[in-house]
Ligand binder design. Sequence first.
Ligand SMILES: Nc1ncnc2c1ncn2[C@@H]1O[C@H](COP(=O)(O)OP(=O)(O)O)[C@@H](O)[C@H]1O
Ligand SMILES: [Mg+2]
Length: 359
Amino acid sequence: MASAQQLIGLVKSHAEGDVDRFFDLAMQISSAEEQKGHIRLAEQLRQWAHAGQRPPTAATPKLTPIIAPRGDLAQFLAATYPIERLNSVILPAPIEEELRHVIVETRMREKLEEKGLKPRRRLLLSGPPGTGKTLTAHGLAGELQFPLFSVMLHGLITKFMGETAQKLKLLFDAVKSTRGVYLFDEIDALAAARGEGNDVGEARRVLNSFLQFLDEDTGPSIVIATTNLPEILDRAVLRRFDLVLSYELPDAGSIQKALERRLIGFSITSLSWKDVTDCAVGLSTADIVAAAEDAGRRAVLEDRNNITTIDLLNSLGRRRSLQGLGRGVHATGSTAFSANGTRQAVSVSGKGRGRKAAK
Ligand SMILES: Nc1ncnc2c1ncn2[C@@H]1O[C@H](COP(=O)(O)OP(=O)(O)O)[C@@H](O)[C@H]1O
Ligand SMILES: [Mg+2]
């Protein structure tokens, strides 16, 4: 049963029209009941809590004007309510477990704070392009029913170099005052700017003030940064994050899962999975999804409902050549060119997946 404090809080937040707090408390009570094994009750509570929130459906992708960024902020902050969930992302178990725990920590913030603890809220997701980092940010926001605020770094940095620190302050004021998931996607742009000649001093100041704001922020929002080039982030940057997760190219199991999900509605019973996954090794999940769509389109136009091994090998082969990977690259630790043309080591064995990078 919910504690007296929780029940009072629930009624009070309802009376005060505090939708966020009402939702948090309902989710806390639901989690507590789930832990006690009252699964059905927990699910019912969750459903009613969600019903009271703004519906996260495709019909309402835009925010109400109250939450949508205004004024200067609107130039580099875009807001949405993602409909994705965490299980939209195919992830190695250790990464998924950490992310699920972050969700619970966020929901149980008050319980943690009673003991002087804080939920982890500054996440860095690093790894090759197309492995689900951006999708994870959407999934977390969708799962928590938080708005997703995507920071448009290019608008923030290149045009207004001199004013960037000021704009960052504006941004972190929003992080403090408007609860949401704030996504700094591909912060390579920030860190790489350090080496770009012209005005290195200014770029360093920008990165440093980003890190300082990150340090100082104690608000209720989750800040997610992603990078395709983890090697350019030094320890000083990594240290600022509560959780650093390394995304890797998918192993055979994840490749199969991604194909099966994308090909729902087609008959794929005759597939030789070993041949297919061998051929897909070294490609990103985004490429694999695109290859599945390619095979699907061709089957539909040929009036077929079944997808064969050959179909997928052909579509994957096309994808490989688009990526300049050539066919049949199977070696572990081979070097390939990523979508953005940079050289990078490709770990294709699936070993070591989900390891957390050193803090
Ligand atoms: N781990 C994954 N699980 C499911 N789909 C994925 C995954 N990684 C990539 N995708 C597919 O590829 C698309 C692009 O992925 P994205 O999250 O933008 O990659 P990243 O941000 O790592 O470059 C996604 O919208 C999704 O369709
Ligand atoms: Mg991305």
